[in-house]
Design a protein. Sequence first.
Length: 399
Amino acid sequence: MRYKQFLFPEEQKKTQWLKITWKWTKIVLGTFLLVSTIWGCGQMMGDSNVATSSVVSLYDFQKHNIAAVFFELLIGTDGVFKHHVFHFENGAIYEYSFNGISTWGQAWAETKSPFYGLFVYPIAWLLVNIAHGMSGGYTNIVNPVAVLFAILFTTLIIKMITLVFTFKAQQNQEKMQAIQLKTSEIQAKYKYSRDPQAKQKMQMELMGIYKKEGINPIASFIPMFLSIPFLTAMFTVIKSTTLLKTTQIGLIKLIETPWSMITHGEWIYLVIVVVYLPIQLTSMLLPMFLNRSRQKVKTKESKAAMKKQVIIQSVFIVLFTAFVFGTPSGVGIYWIISGGIQIIQTLGFHYYNKQKRNRYKRKGTIQESFSTKIKNQFNKITKINQRQKPKKAKISLKY
């Protein structure tokens, strides 16, 4: 019974309008993010002003290729200048021509893209300013450890931004895992059925589960979808920002890809992959195993569904690991930090939901929520009124 409509009709109307407004805000922003990311990725491949490539340095050509883009973000003081990278071609020495971008306005003007104006330049500006701030200002040499912490704080800020739009999906992560097991069981039940009516029945059962739990089936993909623009932007930031291109943390240069360095005998870069792999494994499989403890009855279908999920997750892990091998080490560090934050976030939501379930089970105590108390009281009054209704007298006619 929707008791809130009777108790708080005006608040119910306001809440409904807020929900509709927030829903359409997310749709518009999501569409904008998708278009901007596709636009930016297309520019990386086809636009000569911002296209990505690999350049061979005159001073370093015997070792490896240096990843680069055809523009350079010169964020900092007036003393920040673009790099001069030379190379041999047909016996002559040439210089790679990088567009120098030092202001936000230039980022829009040179790239003509919302992706570079709203994602790439702001993230680069944030990283550089945090690194310089932790190193004592722009007049001092930047400490490599400060750059590492700058990546950490920037990742935290990005996670907070994405959490605003994915809070409900993250909060219902365990519920989504349980639903995936149930839907897999239903799909397994109708696996060998070719009857159109059986397929229709399967779809009705699936939609019934989503409706009962109040969850959109697309919601589980929202967190992954929102992380793509920021990951792509970080990829470009590492390759184009002067400070990050020259930073070396220990023996690891942020600009170099682990695979190219390992193949040239620089085995220290294997650390990026070795650290990344268990973190990514944990962040992807943790929700499933946390939800597994709540599954009291394990049927044959549920075990098969869980096995299927593990296989799918394993395929993604292999693809992500290959990606880490082929991208700059700075992007790998960003993904390691992001995975660690995701683990903490998953555990936080898990224990929050667990405490919430335990609190609502203890009815009649001070821990019972206010809305639950009102609902229970309202139901009691309704039942009392129903019992007190006068019964209709039966009239019997005798002839």
